[in-house]
Design a protein around this ligand. Structure first.
Ligand SMILES: Nc1ncnc2c1ncn2[C@@H]1O[C@H](COP(=O)(O)OP(=O)(O)OP(=O)(O)O)[C@@H](O)[C@H]1O
Ligand SMILES: [Mg+2]
Length: 239
């Protein structure tokens, strides 16, 4: 399963989702590859030391850089500094063969990098904030998936703040309008995520043994993905 984590709206938690789902799936015994497609190299900068990431830029040549392995067991294919977007889809597909799940961290626009991710993907996962403009953008994203004949794996809410009236209005609105795609595990707004990122860690490493609702929600989404992929492969087997 090659999952494009897609939303052209910026800052909705795409990178945070890629990192924490990768960890949750790895802990459940799955082999996971993350692909940093974004020129901002945010996924790389989240979990690897900044100097190691910046050094990649000077090592970038005509081919993709080798896979980097994080101490958690998650592998990362760094495409951030590679300009040759024409070869992204083939490169992703080739590497994905060795993994149960490949998570594509898309940039915040529908540029060539994102479109290459959609070309390589077998399904799309959409994180969204429960707010007006994010909500209004969802239909366009679903239409884009249809254009690429990609099934939507799920839509889920990120950065949910139960004290915000708008969040309490839009969360049920999203759940109702997109009932066929909606994943009920909403990721709460939690200081854990920016803090872990600042410390160059995944939230699980930062939280240690302390239970955190955000990490539990990512764990639930990982379970949802595993269940859904079993259903999809059973369907394929029947065809
Ligand atoms: N559930 C959350 N609670 C609190 N902060 C969060 C949460 N998820 C993400 N963040 C923080 O919000 C910021 C944006 O998150 P992130 O980089 O994952 O979004 P993005 O969609 O990948 O952004 P971009 O569109 O720039 O790629 C980061 O500082 C991140 O630490
Ligand atoms: Mg990002």
């Amino acid at each position: 399963m090659i999952i494009a984590i897609l939303n052209n709206k910026g800052g909705v938690g795409k990178t945070t989702t890629a990192v924490h789902l990768a960890y949750a799936l790895t802990k459940k015994g799955k082999k996971v590859l993350c692909v940093d497609i974004d020129e901002q190299a945010n996924l790389l900068l989240h979990i690897f030391p900044a100097n190691d990431v910046y050094a990649l830029e000077s090592r970038q040549n005509g081919t993709s850089l080798p896979i980097m392995t994080h101490s958690s067991g998650v592998d990362v294919l760094p495409l951030s500094y590679w300009k040759n977007t024409k070869h992204f889809a083939d490169t992703i597909r080739l590497h994905a063969k060795g993994y149960d799940y490949t998570l594509l961290d898309c940039p915040p626009s529908l540029e060539a990098r994102t479109l290459a991710a959609l070309e390589a993907a077998t399904t799309v996962l959409i994180p969204t904030q429960p707010e007006n403009l994010s909500y209004k953008g969802l239909i366009k994203l679903i239409n884009l998936c249809e254009e690429y004949t990609l099934p939507v794996l799920g839509i889920f809410v990120t950065l949910y703040d139960k004290k915000k009236a708008a969040h309490n209005f839009y969360l049920p609105e999203i759940a109702q309008q997109f009932a066929g795609h909606y994943i009920s595990a909403a990721i709460p707004n939690s200081a854990l995520f920016p803090s872990a990122s600042a410390m160059n860690k995944m939230g699980h490493e930062w939280a240690g043994k302390k239970a955190n609702p955000g990490l539990i929600a990512y764990d639930d989404i990982a379970d949802y993905i595993i269940k859904k992929s079993i259903q999809l492969s059973a369907k394929k087997g029947k065809v």
